[in-house]
Design a binder for this molecule. Sequence first.
Ligand SMILES: NC(=O)c1ccc[n+]([C@@H]2O[C@H](COP(=O)([O-])OP(=O)(O)OC[C@H]3O[C@@H](n4cnc5c(N)ncnc54)[C@H](OP(=O)(O)O)[C@@H]3O)[C@@H](O)[C@H]2O)c1
Length: 295
Amino acid sequence: MRNRLKWKEQVAFITGASSGLGRSLAIELSKRKTTLILLGRNPSSLDELKKKCTENGSASYSLRYDLTNLDSFSDVYGKIISKIKKNPTLLFNCAGYNPPGFIMDTPVNVFEENFRVNTFAPVLLIQQMLPKMLKNNFGVIVNIMSSGMYHSFPGMGSYCSSKMALAALHESLKTELDGTSVRTLYVNPGAFQSNYFQNMRPHGALQTYNFQSKVAASVKKPEIVVEKIISAIEDGGDEIDLSTWKDKIGCHLNYWMPRFIDKMIVKSNKALLEYRDKYFQRISHKKNSVGKKYQ
Ligand SMILES: NC(=O)c1ccc[n+]([C@@H]2O[C@H](COP(=O)([O-])OP(=O)(O)OC[C@H]3O[C@@H](n4cnc5c(N)ncnc54)[C@H](OP(=O)(O)O)[C@@H]3O)[C@@H](O)[C@H]2O)c1
């Protein structure tokens, strides 16, 4: 199947195109002259990307849209498709973010918004594009996962649960599409360089913890992930896992020895948990309603 895919004839819909993985993917596909629909929120990044992709020879369309609002997406999508007069054949659900916070003091709406972007937007986009992909006998749906779906981490309950849910949805979709001409591609990219870490906006107690500086930055460039995604699409692959060997072993051990993995995670998050103790001691001494909340 390698090299048989006519990239020039494809229409790729990329969410999270304004930054990181989505951006690298757009640039690489523009070199192959794929038609691109680039969704993001940041107008200057989208404009700059659209210009670059157009210079590379690809028909590119930018779509400024906030995926925390899913209600008006169908209308916006309908408008852009009637303008382009082509339907997406490749869907890349790249948009995603991580709002750190302890479960006990992160507002529920933070979880809701995070799930809308990381989990429900992919569902809605699949629902919009899949019928035409099936009708036209070709399509690839690419979902971007995270190692946080193997085991959830303290302070990352929202992100990890949204990615776990996405992984489960992906599994269902994969089997639902068995025997059809539409394929799914599951991508766990492992850590890579992007704005993901600097875009973390901590909530509750973690607002004063400087969470971003405590998470390991990666040296891996997003282009490495993009190269694997393109090869998998050409080769008919359905899964890419670029997580570290530690994550992979952890994933298997979590199945067989969950208590051991819990202990390891607690150990490796010692500083975070010490901070938690100091923070809640401090606020429980305050004689105000906030303190009472945590007693
Ligand atoms: N970087 C890593 O180490 C890593 C590891 C595992 C998984 N991932 C996953 O990889 C995917 C890509 O992330 P990245 O690392 O490339 O991060 P990034 O550089 O921060 O890019 C995130 C993208 O998501 C878009 N986005 C965020 N909130 C949005 C919203 N409400 N509406 C529309 N678009 C929104 C951003 O658009 P604007 O900037 O225009 O708002 C941006 O284009 C994510 O799903 C992430 O969870 C990343």
